[in-house]
Design a protein around this ligand. Structure first.
Ligand SMILES: C[S@@+](CC[C@H](N)C(=O)[O-])C[C@H]1O[C@@H](n2cnc3c(N)ncnc32)[C@H](O)[C@@H]1O
Length: 252
């Protein structure tokens, strides 16, 4: 199911920033895989598609010569821009409000990155992403599973199962294989926790069940949330597999 733009706008204030410990761990794994494959970030032009709050762009900015970071969500970019300014990195980063579809590619970049973003999810998007780099590309997507303790309980209580597969990384790798593009693939596990008040937790459950195509039973959700609430706080813990793919353009 395609997520509306408003989903990302609403998520922005909760989305982790570059300082988040779980994100920092993911970022250092991703950069490690890239460097093992031969990527050097120093003095390179970097395109970050669906950059969000700058979780990858900010740690790369001091090394890169220039980062072009685009995202369709203004609230995500406002947080990114705020953090970049505080870190005195704003002259290193061009932040652009645009969807990947609408972004006019007037140049190629030494390195293109698409991390955890539906911006790069169809064959057309993959091709534009591959075309956007003259050197290396770094793609990060879901692996084979994503488990959320409370949502999983609710799915079972609705006598349903997860209809969605999280194999976006596999789809991208198959595309690279079909084009004979040299690449490497590594999977890693990540986990994070989020605290919500009751009303926000209720909305979170409804939207996650809908994403699995499950019609939510409000009474079941309220009972379940009441059973796990501690004071006024409900903690959701997610563990998931992500995949990182690094490819090299043939003519480099
Ligand atoms: C899960 S966040 C990933 C942020 C960051 N790349 C990271 O790895 O932490 C997904 C981001 O993709 C952006 N996005 C979704 N669809 C997009 C599109 N079609 N074009 C550009 N950005 C998009 C969202 O606004 C959101 O900021």
């Amino acid at each position: 199911m395609e997520l509306p733009n408003s989903y990302w706008d609403k998520l922005a204030s909760r989305y982790p920033r570059y300082t988040d410990v779980s994100i920092q761990k993911d970022a250092s794994f991703i950069f490690g895989v890239a460097m093992d494959f031969g990527v050097e970030f120093e003095n390179k032009t970097i395109l970050d598609i669906g950059c969000g709050t700058g979780t990858l762009a900010i740690p790369l900015a001091s090394k890169a010569s220039k980062i072009t970071a685009l995202d369709l969500s203004q609230p995500m970019l406002d947080i990114f821009s705020h953090d970049a300014k505080i870190l005195n990195l704003d002259d290193k980063i061009d932040i652009i409000t645009s969807s990947w579809d609408d972004f006019a590619l007037n140049q190629t970049y030494d390195i293109s990155i698409a991390s955890m973003t539906p911006a790069v999810s169809s064959i057309k998007h993959f091709d534009k992403f591959i075309y956007s780099t003259s050197g290396y590309g770094i793609f990060v997507g879901w692996g084979d599973y994503k488990n959320n303790d409370i949502v999983d309980i609710l799915i079972a209580k609705h006598n349903a199962s997860k209809s969605k597969t999280f194999g976006q990384t596999k789809k991208f790798v198959e595309h690279l294989l079909s084009k004979n593009i040299h690449h490497t693939l590594s999977y890693f596990e990540t986990f994070w926790s989020d605290d919500y008040g009751f009303d926000d937790a209720f909305e979170y459950c409804i939207s996650h069940l809908e994403r699995f195509g499950i019609k939510a039973n409000e009474a079941i959700i309220k009972d379940t949330l009441n059973a796990v609430r501690q004071n006024d706080k409900i903690t959701f813990t997610t563990n998931a597999q992500k995949g990182v793919v690094v490819f090299k353009k043939l003519f480099v």
